[in-house]
Design a protein around this ligand. Structure first.
Ligand code: ZN
Ligand code: ZN
Ligand code: ZN
Length: 207
């Protein structure tokens, strides 16, 4: 039995969507561990152990912009094998916490098996999360660079992640665009100069 490991965590990088498993050591003192994405270097989470509360994880959700502070008491961690970590605001799936083996099994699970066990979840869930997050961040970059314009001339948008698309709304006129984010091909479309079709709110039914 490993006594130097508190638990393991796996968070989706909120920048590039990559996921990897990291051991969380039993901390001594008040040290803080900053988890970074090994792929793009973005900060994923801050972890620290507070004697009276337990493991405290601070992680931001790039989808809704909120900061999450999650607390796992030591007692809970001891028995924890696998648990999903959600954003407290919009319930976006941020990652997983538990034992390394259980996380690895979950992540290695082939999509068909996963699908069979979790019929309520969409096929290829990991891939979907990664594509959604990357599409979301690409749109963010395009908007920041001024490469995303509403026909009204507006260049500020609110963005929401839906099942397999990003919904953009112009903050100036309320026009609305649905950007598919389901496949790698959808991602490739999101380049400077890409065509985004905005619909005027008075022309949209069943919104
Ligand atoms: Zn990354
Ligand atoms: Zn969120
Ligand atoms: Zn507009």
């Amino acid at each position: 039995m490993l006594v130097d490991t508190l638990c393991s965590v796996a968070f989706y990088c909120q920048r590039c969507g990559q996921i990897e498993i990291t051991d969380v050591p039993v901390f001594t003192g008040h040290g803080q561990q900053v988890l970074r994405c090994s792929h793009c270097g973005a900060e994923k989470a801050k972890l620290r152990f507070e004697p009276h509360s337990g493991l405290v994880i601070e992680t931001a959700c790039s989808v809704c912009g909120s900061k999450n502070r999650l607390v796992y008491p030591l007692r809970q961690l001891r028995g924890l094998r696998f648990e999903k970590v959600y954003c407290g605001t919009d319930h976006f799936e941020l990652g997983y916490i538990g034992r390394w083996q259980d996380l690895a099994e979950f992540l290695d699970f082939n999509a068909a098996e996963y699908d069979a066990l979790h019929p309520q979840d969409a096929y290829n869930f990991m891939e979907r999360q990664q594509i959604l997050l990357e599409a979301f961040n690409r749109l963010h970059d395009l908007a920041a660079e001024g490469d995303l314009l509403c026909p009204c001339g507006g260049h500020e948008f609110t963005a929401d992640i839906a099942e397999d698309a990003i919904h953009l709304e112009c903050t100036r006129c309320g026009s609305y665009a649905v950007i598919p984010a389901r496949t790698p091909e959808d991602l490739r479309q999101l380049q400077p100069g890409c065509e985004v079709t905005f619909l005027r709110p008075d022309l949209i039914r069943n919104r």
